[in-house]
Structure formats: structure tokens, C-alpha cells
Design a protein around this ligand. Sequence first.
Ligand code: ATP
Ligand code: MG
Length: 551
Amino acid sequence: MSSNVQAGGIPVLVLREGSNRSRGREAQHANITAAKVVAESVRTALGPKGMEKMLVDSFGDVTITSDGRTILDEMDIQHPAAKMLVEVAKTQDNEAGDGTTSAVIIAGELLNKAEELIDKNVHSTIIIDGYQKAAEKALETLERIAIKVDLKTPDYLKKTAMTSMASKLVADYKEILADIAVKAMLQIAEKEGDKMTVDVDDVKVEKKTGESLKETSLINGIVLDKEIVHSGMPKRVEKAKIALLDASLEIEKTEFDAKINIESPDQIEAFLDQEEVMLKDMAEKIMKAGATVVICQKGIDDMAQHFLSKKGIIAIRRAKKSDMEKLAKATGGKIVTKLDAISSSDLGYAALVEERKIGNDKMTFIEGCKHPKAVTILIRGGTDRITAEAERSLHDALCVIRDIMEEPRVLAGGSAPEIEMSKVIRKFADTLPGKEQLAVRIYAEALETIAVVLTESAGLEPIDIISELRTRHENGETWSGIEVREGKIQDMSKIGVFEPLTVKKQIIKSATEAASMILKIDDVIAAGKMKAPPTPPGGAPGGGYPGMGEY
Ligand SMILES: Nc1ncnc2c1ncn2[C@@H]1O[C@H](COP(=O)(O)OP(=O)(O)OP(=O)(O)O)[C@@H](O)[C@H]1O
Ligand SMILES: [Mg+2]
């Protein structure tokens, strides 16, 4: 399609040369196709019988996962409409922490069905309108059927955490991991009336290869993947007073070159002595403040290490900024940026600081902190890939626990809620006229895709199962769903497959929003590739601007 217009037979150039423009049906089809491809790529990853994806990045690093967001993140997608589905996964993850695969599958299916209607000359605004109305009914239905949960019995928390991990590589250990996740979250939760508020980031997750997932443990405190810097320092300090430093214990090198003219050996010695004095002075300051442990975000000079060790002070260097912040919160200490200003009131407290050997490495445990709401989950596992997937799965588990703590209502899974929503939306469609009815009806069909995918993953024939599920729901069996392990229709609430209401509501919201947004686009104007800016002398070579090229 041309990007130019004709005025009295003379072409007028509106867009930059090389720009690409597509309009109307053509643009819609291209966008829908791209988004469908993305949805297709995560489809088989859904549910406990879903498949894993092996993703290899440009450095050759391998990730094995069935986590929707991770799959899409690693895929390095270029097409702008396809990228919008990646955004769906991100929104879903940020808002609810689980349900990313479902959200993308439903969004893809909403677009797929919309395309069929567009081909039958139904305008996309009618479809978008219908989707909006259907989504409202869906949300109403979820609110109506949701089961209220009493947070005093952590049973639902555990079951929901187990459901979220049932679909992951670590499923065999879901019970052990769910117990740990629930304990961790209960520890950090703050009560506000009958609700709780929690921040998932307060649970620190560390991983160390070796042993098995069974050995994953919960530590009441902070674990640093760091060893004590000097072999002469104690390996264990009780009632530790902890200095948190965001300053280096080194002699700063000046930015400009300086020359020192040395005329006699005495002067060299004096110069070196001077450095030593300065480092010794630093160690003195820390000791005078009363610290028995120093955790430093920057480097510690060998000589400074020596002086600290002589004073029996434990030191750790190059701690991560995020860890420093957690330590400040946990120990009640202040992060000091100028060593000169350190005083005893800046120090944090922990009942025990100890270096322990974990696998082949040493890690430092800071336990019994002043503020007890600091916990660490230390993941163990045979390989890096297992521990990495365990970390992602634990993230989902921690998020669903948080979701329930903040909104204590759950739904049973296995596509029971989707079939129920679909039933209600179909009935609603019957009350609407003509084309609008069609738009609402296809929304109901799109929701059933979750049941189709789960059934297929169990190796069963979807047509029979879906019609059976529909009948059961018509007969008032709200929680009838497909249990994929045994491949049977069951009352999902009786077998403990629970998911937070928050997750399902967010799936509806994110999927509808993304599908509507893509359907609204009927004109795509892409700028031509920009020429690379000239390379400044000695500077990095200029490249094109990624994402702005033709696609
Ligand atoms: N035993 C089970 N039988 C049937 N369905 C189950 C069972 N356990 C979980 N499910 C279903 O599996 C789906 C969740 O699968 P999965 O965790 O792979 O995807 P997601 O939560 O949508 O996305 P992600 O976890 O990748 O963010 C939910 O619909 C849930 O009800
Ligand atoms: Mg999940």
C-alpha cells in the first residue's frame, strides 16, 4: 500500500522514504496473525500436563520453563502487535503474579474469533463493544461464585500455592515448597483489621546448586551469597552489631595522574606507611563505633581486611544494593555512605552472623534479626536450570499467597470457572440483537479454550469433554472441571485445586484489554529504518534503531 497521496495527479510525499503503511483489513489481519502466533507458542505450556519450552538466547544460555511470561520475555519478539501480547503477560505477572499463560491464550483466541466475524463483515467496534459487555458478565460471575477463605487456617493458602506449582517442572516437590512459601509469607505479613498486607519482595530468595529441591529451606533472616573476606576473621559472631557501608574500604585512586618524585628509600616507606595508616584508621573507626560485623557494598583493601581481622571483626564485601536495603530493614541498621560519620546508632543487630558451607561455596547467614519480618528461602537443586525454574515457580507461589492474603477469596480450577463464565455469557448473548449477540457469543467460546487446551494436554478428545462440562454446569455443578492427571471430569473444589480470585479476574481484564486494543488498530504506519548516525571518532559504532524498521 502506498504511503503517498495524489493531488491533481502529482504525488505528494507525506511520509519519509522507506516508511511502510498498511490500512484497514490488511492491517488488522497482519496484527491478528502476529498475535495469534504468540498465543500459539505458549498454548501447550498450560496446566500440569503442559509441556516445557527450551529457550536458547543469543549467548547460547538455555532456559527451561513453562512460565508464560518467561517464555515470551526470552523470545525477543519484534512485531508491534505481537509485542502487545507480551505486554499482557507482563501486566498479568505484575498485577497477579500467576495466570500469564492463560491470559495470553485467551487474548489470542479472542482475536482469532474476532477475525472470523470481521470476515463476515461485522465491524470491529461492534466486536469490541460485545467483548466489553461479556467481560463485565465474566467478572460478575467470578465475584458471585468465589469461595470465601478464612485466613486463620492456612489450608487454602497451601493448596493454592500447590496448584500454582502443579504446572511447573518442580511439581514433584510442590508440597514441600508450598509449606515453605506459606510459612515465609505468614512471617512477613502485616495484619490490618481482618486483612493482611504483604510485599513479596520481603521474602529473599537465594539459590545454590547441589543437593535436591527437597533440601530447600526457610531461614529466619537474610542469607548472603558471600563469604567472609579474610581467613583470619571469626566464622561466627553472636549478638552481632552490624555496620552497613556504602563506601569502599580502600584508598581511592585519584582521577588524574600524579607524579611523586621519590629521592630516597625512606620516602617510599613513608608513602606506603601513609596508606597503611589511612586503612588502619578506617578499621579503627568501625571498631570505635562498636561494630563486630561490617557488610560493605564496595571493595575492601587487603590491608584493611588484615586490620579488621586483627580486631576480630567479620567483613563481607561487594554486597548487592538490594541486599543492603533488605539488611537495613531486617537489622534496623542505617546504610552509611561516609565512614567518617559512622556511629553506634547506625549499627544493626542480629543474634547470629555465621558463615556456612553450602555445596561447594560459602554463604553468610544473618539470623535472629531485630526486625523478625525478614526471611530467606534457600533453594537447592541438582542443576542451575532446576534452581532457576524453582525460583520462578516459587515466585508464582508467593504471589498467589499474597493475592489471597489481600483478597481472601478463591476459585476452584481445571477450567471450572471458565465454563461457568461461558455459560452465563451465552445466556446473556441470547438477550441481545443480531451482530452484538455474535460478538458476545464468541467471547464465551474463547473462554472455553482453557478447557480445550487442558483436555488436549491430558490426551483426551475435547469435543466430548466440553459438551459434558457444559451439561454439568447447566445442572448447577459450578465446580465441575477437567482434572488432567487422571483425565476425568471432577468437582475441582473437592480435590483442592484452588486459584486466587485476583488471578482469574486479572486474566479477564488483561486479555480483553489487549484484544480490544489490537482490534481497534486499522492503520499501521511504520517509519523507515533510520540511517545509522555517523560513528564518533573512538566511540561505539552506531546501529539502526531496533523496533523501528519495517516488519
Ligand atoms: N490438577 C489439575 N487439573 C486440571 N487443571 C489444573 C490442575 N492444576 C492446575 N490446573 C489448571 O492449570 C491452569 C494453570 O496452568 P499454568 O500455571 O501452566 O498457567 P498460568 O497459571 O495461566 O500461567 P503461568 O503459571 O505460566 O503464569 C489453571 O487453569 C489451573 O486451574
Ligand atoms: Mg500458573
